[in-house]
Design a protein around this ligand. Structure first.
Ligand code: DGL
Length: 261
């Protein structure tokens, strides 16, 4: 039960999921990998994504994890099934199922999904939403400039004009927005300045609930009273990683280490 949970993303975006997991499951030992060496994932091919994520899963398995969480929509949309087949002995979950579920219970009619190129091209969100409810109109939009602006820390200066160029044309047509990339909650306040009063859905809360339910049902919640250990790694530069994320993620008592896979 005290085996860790492995969580990964292409960079700092998945920290939005890690943050939610550490709040909802404070007893759990967590290992996070930001694969900054290969970031962004959004413009990569399926083969590339599979090769990067295979290595990450192999690393997690060598650390004896009890579960792997793809804190990344791009890999959830493109390689989740393949990873589940390659590593059948460890449960692997992506963020899209739970995010769609979270959206559907809101009972909205016109939604815009913003995500990376690879996520939008997979049409996973659109297909899944329409499978459950054909009367919902799903707009899809690639927003490839956002991840580099977030990873570089540029977003801190304000990226209103970029967001306005992407989003303002949808303002009157939608009642909800799915942030289909785990990096996007980092700029949620700036997105809200453009779109105003809408229902905003992101992946972090829903996936934490799913992880909690899975562990509970399988009797794998950590009941050990020892303080939980959170390990954070980046395959890129440690200082860059901390610079781009310390405004939204609290690193108190945590160390970020470099990892070579
Ligand atoms: N944060 C990831 C996602 O949810 C990856 C973004 C990227 O690296 O392009 O899609």
């Amino acid at each position: 039960m005290d085996r860790p949970i492995g969580i990964f993303d292409s960079g700092v975006g998945g920290l939005t999921v890690l943050d939610s997991l550490r709040k909802q499951l404070p007893q759990e030992n967590l290992i996070y990998i930001g694969d900054n060496l290969h970031c962004p994932y959004g413009n990569k091919t399926k083969e590339q994504l599979l090769s990067y994520t295979k290595q990450i899963c192999q690393y997690f398995i060598s650390k004896n994890v009890k579960m792997i969480v793809l804190a990344c929509n791009t890999t959830s949309a493109n390689v989740l099934n393949e990873l589940q087949i390659l590593f059948p002995n460890v449960p692997i979950v992506g963020v899209i199922n739970s995010t769609v579920h979270d959206f559907l219970v809101q009972d909205k009619k016109n939604v815009l999904v913003i995500a990376t190129h690879a996520t939008i091209q997979s049409h996973k969100y659109k297909e899944m939403i329409e499978k459950y409810n054909q009367s919902i109109h799903v707009f899809e939009l690639e927003t490839p400039q956002l991840v580099p602006l977030i990873e570089s820390g540029e977003y801190k200066k304000g990226i209103y004009s970029v967001l306005n160029d992407y989003l303002s044309v949808y303002k009157n047509d939608i009642d909800s927005l799915i942030l289909g990339c785990t990096h996007y909650p980092i700029v949620l306040n700036q997105i809200m300045e453009v779109l105003g009063d809408k229902t905003y859905i992101s992946s972090s809360h829903a996936i934490s609930q799913e992880v909690y339910s899975y562990l509970k049902v399988h009797n794998q919640l950590n009941t050990c009273s020892k303080k939980a250990l959170i390990q954070i790694y980046t395959t890129g530069d440690v200082h860059d990683f901390i610079y781009s994320s310390s405004d939204f993620f609290d690193f108190t008592n945590l160390e970020v280490k470099h990892l070579i896979l």
